[in-house]
Design a protein around this ligand. Structure first.
Ligand code: MG
Length: 231
């Protein structure tokens, strides 16, 4: 059971909690393809083959395993490897990544996201906590947050308890006085609960909770339901 009286701050996941990530990534990949079309057509042809694209991603992840928490580096270096293998200019990787990264921030918020951010931020300090590489400033949501922490900045990602503790520390709260809100049962749920936080599972798709060792304090289908419980 959620205990609202113990909540002094909220850490909030971003991708798939405030906006759906896959339409965003698909649009960003289209923007990248369009940008490369004139500049590196052989690369576009290579990446149009799903098996080749998967292999390039896998090879990049293997080569940059020590930076696996930084999805931006993996993305940029996968672009570079594709350029190399296609015989195009590898130096296009930087500007190409910027095109992708810019489009990646053009998100379509879930309908409940802005009203929930308004309501929750009026009552609690909010901290963005993400394993992805979305920047709340570039998304246009910085005014709702007192802080932000990403796996890229911190060096390890969720579900490691250290990143939860560090996120709470940004607003001066202990884990047990902090609520974590997110969509991923393992990264957000098992991670947040393991760090000693209360956890609200944003389960928009109606999945089953698959972790017998722990339970969310509350499961909601949308953020408005959470607001109704807290504000
Ligand atoms: Mg998420």
């Amino acid at each position: 059971m959620l205990n609202p009286s113990r909540i002094k701050a909220i850490t909030l996941d971003l991708d798939d909690t405030l906006w759906p990530i896959w339409p965003t990534i698909a649009r960003a990949e289209t923007a990248l393809t369009n940008w490369l079309a004139d500049r590196a057509p052989a690369t576009v042809g290579l990446l149009a083959q799903p098996e080749v694209k998967r292999q390039i991603r896998a090879d990049t992840e293997a080569q940059f395993a020590h930076l696996a928490h930084d999805l931006g580096v993996i993305r940029r270096e996968a672009i570079r490897l594709a350029l190399q293998r296609a015989g195009d200019d590898p130096a296009l990787a930087e500007p190409a990544f910027e095109v992708f990264f810019d489009a990646r921030h053009q998100v379509d918020l879930f309908a409940d996201a802005l009203p929930a951010l308004e309501a929750l931020s009026a009552r609690y300090p909010l901290v963005a906590l993400t394993n992805g590489n979305a920047d709340i400033g570039r998304v246009g949501l910085a005014r709702y947050f007192k802080g932000a922490l990403s796996a890229r900045d911190f060096g390890v990602g969720k579900p490691d308890p250290r990143i939860f503790h560090a996120a709470a520390a940004l607003v001066g709260t202990a884990a047990e006085d902090t609520l974590h809100v997110g969509d991923d049962a393992h990264l957000d749920g098992v991670g947040g609960l393991g760090a000693g936080m209360q956890f609200v599972w944003v389960n928009r798709a109606g999945h089953d909770w698959a972790h017998a060792s722990c339970q969310p304090h509350l499961t909601v289908a949308d953020l408005q339901t959470l607001v109704d419980r807290l504000v």
